[in-house]
Ligand binder design. Structure first.
Ligand SMILES: Nc1ncnc2c1ncn2[C@@H]1O[C@H](COP(=O)(O)OP(=O)(O)O)[C@@H](O)[C@H]1O
Ligand SMILES: [Mg+2]
Length: 267
């Protein structure tokens, strides 16, 4: 039951939050009960689904630090089947406050245990670092999804991320698996984009999702309206690509879906 997928890459701006929000929304659109956990103090996933940052003391911070019951922190979004535990800027302090706490890497895992089976999928959006928040998210997860931007130096830093994943696997969470590597912000006009996809495929093989998310301005506009792409522009390439990704994730996890295949795979 309930699969927890953490979306991590210590580089900023690679598409973690865009993927967390839109993949979660597309899985919810397939009528899977879905929870988004915003573990980034910047709270972009929170605002991306239309919630205000001010969350009356019901946020990931309370789950991690105050040990509040997760069920009390879950909030409904504008989409049926999609809930969120929002973030708040006070989560910045959690990195420091956790240092002296027992089992400091296990707080999120422990916190989510009581609600895990109420959901089909739980997605955790991480901050751009390999600090305690990301360690908590990796320790809580069944698998990690790694977004990689189609850019020069795409592979740079991935070694460090893989080392961290292996360390978590050895010491904290032996079930942690790599869900997949997602190529984002693909630009078909650039030969470079193709080269990067090939290079990453050589390195990660079958772990790379068939779906490649192209650069699409609608994806970058949607957050300022507090809407996942599927609500903001249902006919955009962004919607098509994240729907395709959702289908891949569902089928990799033994779920079939009735969603329409878009035939939009870039590769
Ligand atoms: N496929 C895409 N096409 C266009 N813009 C994108 C795409 N994916 C992400 N962006 C934009 O790029 C920026 C960084 O993406 P974001 O998801 O916030 O990255 P991260 O969470 O890894 O820092 C944001 O402004 C976002 O709207
Ligand atoms: Mg982000």
């Amino acid at each position: 039951m309930g699969k927890i997928i953490t979306i991590a890459n210590q580089k900023g701006g690679v598409g973690k939050t865009t993927t967390a929000v839109n993949l979660a929304a597309c899985i919810a659109a397939a009528e899977k009960t879905t929870l988004l956990v915003d573990a980034d103090p910047q709270a972009n996933a929170t605002s991306g689904v239309g919630l205000q940052m001010n969350t009356d003391g019901r946020s990931t911070y309370e789950l991690l630090i105050a040990g509040r019951e997760a069920g009390d922190l879950v909030q409904q979004t504008q989409m049926p089947h999609l809930s969120i535990i929002p973030s708040h800027i006070n989560l910045v302090g959690a990195e420091v406050e956790l240092v002296d706490v027992d089992h400091r890497e296990r707080r999120l895992r422990t916190g989510l245990a009581s609600i895990k089976d109420q959901f089909d999928y739980i997605f955790i959006d991480c901050p751009p670092s390999l600090g305690l928040l990301t360690l908590n998210a990796l320790t809580a997860a069944d698998s990690v999804l790694i977004p990689v931007q189609c850019e020069y130096y795409a592979l740079e830093g991935l070694g460090q991320l893989l080392n961290t994943i292996n360390m978590v696997k050895k010491q904290m969470n032996e079930r942690l698996d790599i869900e997949g590597v997602l190529m984002t912000m693909y630009d078909s006009r650039l030969r470079l984009s193709n080269q990067i996809v090939e290079e990453v495929r050589k390195y990660f093989g079958e772990k790379v999702f068939k779906t490649v998310v192209a650069r699409n301005v609608r994806l970058s506009e949607a957050p300022s309206f507090g809407k996942p792409i599927i609500l903001y522009d249902a006919v955009s390439s962004g919607t098509r690509h994240y729907m395709d990704l959702a289908e891949e994730v569902l089928s990799r996890n033994g779920h079939t879906s009735a969603m329409t295949a878009g035939g939009s795979r870039t590769n």
